[in-house]
Design a protein around this ligand. Structure first.
Ligand code: GDP
Length: 194
């Protein structure tokens, strides 16, 4: 099996990206932010795993959010050996503001914690920066530099083209992400899967 794991805050466009990549709708009949179990989409030996979204969950208490986070972390730790690629999806238009809010409360955003966890566990990680349509062209480079910096990747972001994929699921522009996933499948001699 070749497992590609998708993680991300609720509402960043994770389902839209998975739909764009696999052609399968992962959100059918799911209430956003409430599903706790990872969902698997199988396509012969390729398994795409959709972790529950975290953060923004209206009507969901903080404690529940902690439970979701613990479940996500446990899943990653227990399955790290099998996970071939992790894709962390963020909303590029709001990521830096969200990080700032957490930092003002002396907290580390869950996205950043997960990215560091993947790194510690040696999981090959791709950062999918979604909703690029909501970022002004003139601010795109600066925004991507800031995002990379927060995740421990020294700017300029273009140094990290092997790991960072700016995308726009809304317009179906997922070329950069597909290319990075394909690159890994090719390296693993599993091009047949995608
Ligand atoms: P998830 O909660 O992370 O699975 O996010 P969804 O895929 O359900 O998307 C959340 C919202 O963001 C929906 O209203 C989508 O239409 C919207 N969305 C997804 N991708 C994009 C994008 O690239 N640009 C914009 N502007 N909106 C997007």
């Amino acid at each position: 099996n070749y497992e590609v794991l998708f993680a991300g805050r609720s509402n960043v466009g994770k389902s839209s990206i998975i739909r764009g990549i696999t052609g399968k709708n992962v959100k059918v009949g799911k209430r956003p932010g409430v599903t706790l179990k990872p969902t698997h989409i199988r396509n012969s030996d390729l398994v795409v795993t959709d972790l529950p979204g975290f953060g923004f969950m209206s009507g969901v208490k903080d404690r529940k959010q902690d439970i979701v986070k613990d479940q996500i972390v446990r899943y990653i730790e227990q399955n790290a050996d099998r996970i071939s690629i992790a894709v962390l999806v963020i909303d590029g238009a709001v990521f830096l503001d969200v990080v700032k809010r957490w930092e003002e409360r002396n907290e580390i955003p869950i996205d950043i914690e997960l990215f560091e966890l993947f790194r510690e566990l040696g999981v090959d990680t791709i950062l999918a920066v979604n909703k690029t349509d909501k970022i002004k062209d003139s601010e795109l480079n600066e925004t991507l530099d800031g995002i990379c910096d927060k995740l421990g990747m020294l700017p300029p972001w273009k140094q990290w083209l092997d790991s960072v994929a700016p995308v726009c699921a809304k317009k179906g522009d997922l070329k950069s992400l597909k290319a990075l996933i394909r690159q890994r499948l090719h390296a693993a001699k599993r091009d047949d899967l995608f």
